[in-house]
Design a protein around this ligand. Structure first.
Ligand code: ZN
Length: 164
């Protein structure tokens, strides 16, 4: 079976920037699983996966526009400390450069701490990979037909997907 609209695709990837060390390797955790054609995957990566089948391997370089977009100058925002997500419940000493999660109207979002105050924090809401050219080394593990329910929901159920 080949990857295309309404197929569930499982793959391993290694992510790095050109001429840099590997920054992310899915083999350290779980493979990536997504429903093709439902905006659940980086567009450039999804296009490259189209037509691929299990055991196919390829490397693709994505420009910032094909990946997480350009760096925006206006992306620094002041947020209240109460919107910072701290799952550990322990007090964290926040420092500039740390990545934290902020609750937004669109759900949790990774941001980078710029400046820490008492009640507020200035954070950079650019995606940590914004403005970067990314190289993905991909190995397709599995392609299967999505269930009618998965297509209706627009996401994968079961292992690696939504558990509900
Ligand atoms: Zn669902």
């Amino acid at each position: 079976m080949i990857a295309g609209t309404d197929k569930v695709v499982t793959f391993h990837y290694r992510l790095n920037e050109p001429d840099q060390e590997v920054t992310e390797d899915s083999r350290d955790a779980e493979p990536m699983v997504y429903l093709h054609g439902h905006q659940g995957m980086l567009k450039g990566l999804e296009e490259a996966l189209e037509g691929k089948k299990a055991s196919d391997q390829f490397t693709i370089t994505l420009s910032p526009d094909q990946a997480y977009g350009p760096l925006r100058d206006d992306a620094v925002q002041r947020v209240s400390m109460k919107h910072i997500i701290n799952p550990s419940k322990k007090k964290i000493k926040y420092k500039p450069g740390m990545t934290v999660q902020v609750n937004t109207a669109h759900g949790p979002r990774d941001v980078i701490v710029k400046k820490v105050g008492l009640k507020n924090m200035d954070v950079d809401t650019n995606h940590p990979l914004a403005g970067k050219t990314l190289v993905f080394e991909v190995e397709v593990l599995d392609v299967r037909e999505a269930t009618a329910e998965e297509v209706a929901h627009g996401h994968v159920h079961g292992e690696g997907g939504h558990q509900h």
